[in-house]
Write a protein that binds this ligand. Structure first.
Ligand code: PMP
Length: 428
């Protein structure tokens, strides 16, 4: 039998860190990653046959659970008709109709192949449409690995302590202004200072790449007003929150309308897909309708569209999001009760189907608080959970995800595992 260890030994000789995306390598939590052989429902099985209740869900897209038959069958049907055409295909039109129907702020949409592509394209559009250069982002927010975003970035960049990456030219980084998340006064001051130069402000409306931090009441509305006042575009990066915190994403959940929105993950149903969209007058400026160039050989791929459309059908079932939020609440309330019972300083955040766990007594509302929580304790807890067959994101700076496939029994098993993991984590 191939073991996880043997695969990782081989992988490390062949791929940087043995992986194709940094956080997967378990570098910050220590130890070695497992290699997944298959996935179904709420579970992953590694190559050694061990089962894990999975709260990563391929980092978000598996909102109906892994290998859902409806999605799989749609892919199987699509594959029979070929893998890629390089011409328009009908499913792209259905996808655009579906997205524009579900997200009222989006009149027109362009499909791409990842969240990174979506955000890079959205800021090019913001710059092209406004004729301005500066982009505002938030410390600890992650928008993919485009040069403009690897400045005080979250996710793996934060996990590995290089929030601003070598290789990003200073001239480029200088065009990215950063702000503290959830501090509206600081945003107002920055806009006053650079009023005529800011092309757009990009934000994760619920921050999910520095653990999980919801916006304070009125914060997103305040940013909307600032952008309108200063003629900058408000870009919601809903790669994580889109179709996750509510059917209409964070913009529906909080009732704030952005100018542009980026998506990824969920709309591909597990296939490599992203999208950006927004107001018609803005999107009409994208090539070939307008002069701002953006393209992709595999964009709108028929197999990926089939998977995404099948996924989008499932999440429109009545009550889907109520149930998802209720399960997530059961999980976070349950974990809080277990931690309280064990005398561990602990708090949680949650919005819809996403959640965050913090080893601190405080309610976490900022990057400073998230990074001040006890990361060493998280790492011990992570490994305790892994041993007991529960897979959390392998970093203290990532949100967790619940799917509709997580049963009450899965949640109960998770809480039981947490009790044991907290006991061992406390003893260090
Ligand atoms: N934006 C956000 C909010 C994300 O969470 C991510 C990925 N985790 C991205 C953009 C980048 O997406 P991708 O990894 O598909 O390029």
């Amino acid at each position: 039998m191939t073991t996880n260890h043997e695969l990782f030994q081989r992988a490390q000789q062949l791929m940087p860190g043995g992986v194709n995306s940094p956080v997967r390598a378990f570098k910050s939590v220590g130890g070695e990653p497992f290699f997944t052989a298959r996935a179904d429902g709420a579970y992953l099985w590694d190559v050694e046959g061990k089962r894990y209740i999975d709260y990563v869900g391929s980092w978000g897209p598996m909102i109906v659970g892994h290998n859902h038959p409806h999605v799989r069958e749609a892919v199987e049907r699509a594959v029979k008709n070929g893998l890629s055409y390089g011409t328009p295909c009908p499913a792209e039109v259905t996808m655009a109709e579906t997205i524009t129907r579900l997200i009222p702020s989006i009149d027109m949409v362009r499909m791409v192949n990842s969240g990174t592509e979506a955000t890079m394209s959205a800021i090019r559009l913001a710059r092209g449409a406004t004729g301005r250069n500066l982009i505002v982002k938030f410390e600890g927010c992650y928008h993919g690995h485009g040069d403009s975003f690897l400045v005080k970035a979250g996710s793996g960049a934060l996990t590995f302590g290089v929030p601003t990456s070598p290789g990003v030219p200073k001239a480029n980084a200088d065009l990215t202004l950063t702000l503290a998340y959830n501090d509206l006064d600081a945003a107002a001051r920055l806009f006053d200072e650079h009023s005529h130069d800011i092309a757009g402000l990009i934000i994760e409306p619920v921050a999910g790449n520095m653990n999980c931090i919801p916006p304070k009441d009125g914060y997103l509305q305040g940013l909307r007003e600032l952008c309108t006042k200063h003629g900058a575009l408000l870009i919601f990066d809903e790669v994580m929150t889109g179709f996750r915190v509510a059917l209409g994403g964070a913009q529906a959940y909080y009732g704030v309308t952005p100018d542009l929105t980026t998506f990824g993950k969920i709309i591909g149903g597990g296939m490599p897909v992203g999208a950006y969209g927004g107001r018609r007058d803005l999107m009409q400026q994208i090539a070939p309708a307008g002069p701002i160039y953006q393209a992709g050989t595999l964009s709108g791929n028929p197999v990926a569209m089939a998977a995404g459309l099948a996924m989008l059908e499932l999440i429109q079932a009545p009550g889907f999001y109520d149930q998802l939020a209720a399960r997530t609440r059961l999980l976070t309330d349950g974990l809080q009760a277990v931690a309280d019972g064990e005398g561990v300083a602990f708090s949680t955040n949650r919005v819809g189907g996403m959640f965050g766990l913090f080893f601190t007594q405080e309610k976490v509302e900022s990057y400073a608080q998230a990074t001040a929580a006890d990361a060493a304790m998280f790492n011990r807890f992570f490994h305790g959970m892994l041993e007991r067959g529960v897979y959390l994101a392998p970093s203290a700076f990532e949100a967790g995800f619940v799917s509709s496939a997580h049963s009450e029994q899965d949640l109960a098993d998770t809480l039981e595992a947490a009790r044991g993991a907290l006991r061992t984590a406390q003893t260090g």
